[in-house]
Design a protein. Structure first.
Length: 110
């Protein structure tokens, strides 16, 4: 059974849903590590089965190429990244990695 846990690291905190306190700790460690790279969402994509990330590059100035927009989608399995002008557009792309990641295109097209 999953429950909601609130975890802290120094001054930071995050809320995660997990099946046990141990799983919650692992998830929170990932969230805290992701924040260092501007990663605000991490999910397994239904279309390709890969892990895709939503990144707000404004949180980590200089770490990403923002020429195509502040918001980045990143396929962790294939290393593909795509820039977007708005968060809404980025979220749409996050659900369809086959549209912007060549590796995911191969998986989806077979
Ligand atoms: Zn991919």
């Amino acid at each position: 059974m999953t429950a909601t846990y609130r975890l802290h690291l120094g001054d930071e905190s995050c809320t995660v849903r997990a099946a046990s306190p141990e799983a919650a700790k692992r998830k929170a460690a990932q969230v805290f590590a992701d924040r260092r790279h501007g990663i605000i969402e991490r999910r397994r994509n239904r279309q390709s089965g890969t892990t895709v990330l939503l990144i707000d590059s404004a949180l980590v100035p200089g770490e990403y190429d923002e020429a195509g927009g502040r918001w980045q989608t990143f396929c962790e399995d294939h290393g593909s990244i795509c820039s977007h002008e708005s968060r809404r557009v980025a979220v749409d792309f996050l659900a369809e990695p086959a549209d912007w990641c060549p590796g995911c295109t191969e998986i989806v097209d077979g």
